[in-house]
Design a protein around this ligand. Structure first.
Ligand code: SF4
Ligand code: SF4
Length: 416
């Protein structure tokens, strides 16, 4: 598509390139969850590229395109499916942040969005919000949909805070040195995940630094187009990371892919170099451990049948498909089973549950059906959003199977 973008945004070249590379072939359509579900061309990657092009060229009103862009999960399933190499993610993230500045929202949406920005990236505030949520639930029938969705997402209770030590030294011969990002929502919802990852890395001969005073990486804010807030919070982590480390490890798929996009987020900003240096060291926990090589775990006394649920931001955004499976396949007495249509999003997708609850529900239900068809006794994933979504939808079907982070299961395989 020839394209003349009317914007002085520093990311205009990335948007232009993505649009120009699209040849309308439609190979991406079959990979797109919203197209599969809704059957509308404008709810497909090709349709959305057409709409964004039209808005950027002042040929389509932004309000007309908005519902279709809002329904995009940002799952990136369309990216590996595209033979022309369209960087759809660069276009989507840049477009969303560009539009956010001029977007008019209903008052309740604006307040809900502000609550997300002010709460989710801060574990202590999130804990406080949990307590208020209990009061809020009694008022739920009287609240607008945006608030009701937020309250529905809050779990009944949180585990107690579990502070991480500043360092877990390598056991045995030292094979690596990393810094672990503790994250935000995950650290409040499931602090045992980072602890398991840190212990597992240490047991595999890695010095694990966990710098104090870390903040959210900003990915969840970038996902909703709040770029200045995302930058503000992300740059707090830059000076905290030690220089002499092999990698900055994350246990959350969405955070990993968001941090790998820092060059786009910081384009045209004074601290682009710092952001780029930081971003180049970010690795998902499973990718680092697979590259390092796993020390043989003891395994399980009785066979465990495990389904690995691909998080979109590992599979599509970071291309990590074999690494987590290779790790699991090395565990004695663990049998890995395949989930049908494994690349389909579970509907969690950052704040999608809050923004598009009906689609998120349907995708969650379909994913739970697919998982059950594989016949596992345990499900693992590499993202807290997928874990929460799957647990909820399996519970709704009366199937209370354990759903855990891959780090938790691997760590359990060292202890059994
Ligand atoms: S990111 Fe996902 S939902 Fe959005 S267009 Fe691509 S495949 Fe469809
Ligand atoms: S597969 Fe790529 S080139 Fe083809 S329509 Fe989709 S985005 Fe455009």
């Amino acid at each position: 598509m020839r394209h003349q973008i009317k914007s002085d945004d520093p990311r205009a070249p990335e948007m232009t390139e993505a649009i120009e590379k699209c040849v309308h072939c439609g190979f991406c359509l079959a990979a797109c969850p919203t197209y599969k579900l809704l059957g509308e061309e404008m709810d497909s990657p090709r349709g959305r590229i057409y709409l964004m092009k039209g808005v950027l060229e002042d040929k389509i009103e932004a309000e007309e395109a908005q519902p279709f862009i809002d329904r995009c999960l940002g799952c990136m399933a369309c990216v590996p499916a595209c033979p022309s190499g369209v960087a759809y993610g660069d276009l989507l993230v840049s477009y969303r942040t560009l539009q956010e500045g001029s977007r008019l929202r209903p008052l309740s949406d604006g307040i809900a969005r502000r609550l997300i920005i002010e709460t989710l990236p801060y574990p202590q505030r999130f804990r406080l919000a949990m307590k208020s949520g209990k009061i809020g639930r009694t008022l739920q029938p009287f609240l607008p949909e945006a608030f009701a969705s937020m309250l529905n997402m809050l779990p009944d209770k949180l585990p107690p805070p579990s502070p991480l030590p500043p360092i877990l030294p390598a056991q045995g011969d030292r094979r690596g040195v990393v810094a672990l990002l503790s994250g935000c929502v995950q650290q409040a919802l499931a602090p045992q995940i980072n602890l398991a990852a840190a212990k597992l890395l240490s047991a595999n001969g890695v010095d694990v630094h966990i710098p104090a005073g870390q903040s959210c990486c900003g990915s969840i804010l970038l996902h909703i187009g709040a770029e200045s807030e995302a930058r503000q919070i992300a740059r707090r982590n830059f000076p905290l990371m030690p220089d002499d480390i092999d990698a900055i490890i994350t246990t959350a798929a969405g955070c990993g892919s968001g941090m790998k996009d820092y060059e786009l987020l910081f384009k045209g900003q004074t601290d682009l170099q710092k952001a780029s240096d930081f971003s180049s060291k970010v690795m998902d926990f499973s990718a680092y451990l697979a590259q390092l090589g796993l020390r043989k775990p003891r395994g399980f006394a009785a066979e465990r049948v495990v389904a690995y649920q691909d998080a979109c931001h590992l599979l599509h955004a970071q291309g990590l498909q074999s690494e987590p499976r290779d790790l699991l396949n090395q565990v004695p007495n663990l049998r890995l089973v395949d989930i049908p249509d494994a690349g389909m999003c579970c509907g969690s997708a950052g704040t999608y549950n809050l923004d598009q609850p009906a689609i998120a529900e349907e995708l969650g239900r379909q994913k739970a059906d697919a998982v059950l068809a594989a016949g596992p006794d345990t499900i693992v994933s590499g993202n807290i959003g997928c874990i929460t979504q799957l647990r909820k939808h399996l519970d709704l079907q009366g199937k209370h199977l354990p759903v855990m982070h891959i780090a938790e299961l691997l760590w359990a395989a060292y202890q059994s």
